[in-house]
Write a protein of this length. Structure first.
Length: 322
């Protein structure tokens, strides 16, 4: 169970990305409902005292790296990549990994994890500005620049800025369940789950379109996932020819109507697996696939996992806690 979080900062750290971890874990929301715990949140640094921020400001950090010794999650805040990171930070990261704690990097914090050897042979990500540099410096690391965050075992890495929020909320979902993550996200006024991109769990949120008629059609399609939708029928709803509609749909959503529908059905199935006790047959029907074999096929194709495995990953902790 995720209870304690320690964030490591070093001189020249980035305040916004650092603050994303503070916003998710550093605010006591235990009295706001949703079973959100009050996390034991700590900020620490190799040499306690005033630590310079990238913006030129400074922040007083009274805790040393001993604060990471028993933390369930250790986060490496982003910093200037050309800055030397003390060996004591490397040791703290290695120790956290060795005892099985979660270890997370936000943005350029991945460079510290790579230097510590925690990313060797693993997939990770960082801000796309830095991805080629990270891959060049550490050839044993599998850098994916096309995702918001990656979970590989107990290591989570994220891209820049708001992707840190996504990575933090992803971990909350894994450890505490979708309802807790949604409660925190609602309080922050952010989406509870955006496209992560890690191999096992890839979400595809509903895209927005440039035209009101198409937006209305997309909402209607989501509300009627259990129905079969032909191009001719959909085109008639927005008063277009089938050919024009197919072209417009792809240009505005990036997918064919069939592919888009299946992605939304997978999303609906994920929600049902996370938040209900429906069996696989019922999930298949409710999400619009109709048959379990189709649900399993599209789950494997999109998420590279099975519905049962997905439910265990995202409901196991919540069910155990209940």
């Amino acid at each position: 169970m995720l209870k304690s979080v320690a964030v490591i900062v070093v001189p020249n750290f980035s305040i916004f990305e650092f603050a994303t971890a503070c916003e998710v874990f550093g605010i006591d929301r235990s009295e706001r409902g949703g079973n959100v715990p009050a996390f034991d949140f700590r900020v620490c640094t190799p040499e306690p005292g005033d630590v310079r921020l990238k913006s030129g400001l400074s922040m007083n950090v009274p805790l040393g790296l001993e604060a990471t010794s028993d933390a369930d999650l250790v986060i490496m805040a982003p910093y200037g990549r050309d800055n030397d990171v003390p060996e004591s930070v490397m040791e703290a990261l290695r120790a956290a990994d060795a005892r099985g704690a979660w270890v997370m990097s936000i943005c350029s914090g991945a460079f510290a994890l790579a230097r510590a050897g925690l990313l060797n042979g693993r997939r990770c990500t960082t801000h796309w500005h830095y991805s080629h540099e990270l891959a060049s410096r550490y050839p044993d690391v599998q850098v994916d620049e096309n995702v918001l965050y990656v979970q590989d075992g107990n290591i989570i890495s994220s891209a820049g800025t708001a992707a840190g929020i996504d990575a933090c909320l992803h971990l909350v979902r894994v450890e505490l369940g979708a309802n807790v993550a949604a409660t925190i996200a609602r309080d922050m006024v952010v989406p509870p789950h955006r496209d992560g991109g890690q191999a096992q769990f890839i979400d595809r949120p509903m895209p927005t379109c440039g035209s009101a008629p198409m937006e209305e059609l997309l909402r209607w399609m989501v509300q009627n996932l259990e129905q079969e939708h032909t191009v001719v029928e959909l085109a008639s709803r927005v008063h277009m020819s089938a050919r024009t509609f197919a072209r417009r749909f792809r240009s505005e959503t990036g997918a064919t109507p069939a592919a888009w529908l299946n992605s939304q059905r997978v999303l609906r199935a994920q929600e049902l697996l996370e938040s209900t006790d429906l069996n696989i047959d019922e999930v298949a029907r409710e999400s619009g696939f109709g048959h379990p074999v189709l649900l399993r096929h599209h789950f494997a194709k999109v998420l590279d996992t099975s519905p049962q495995s997905y439910r265990r990953a995202f409901r196991g902790q919540l069910v155990a806690a209940g």
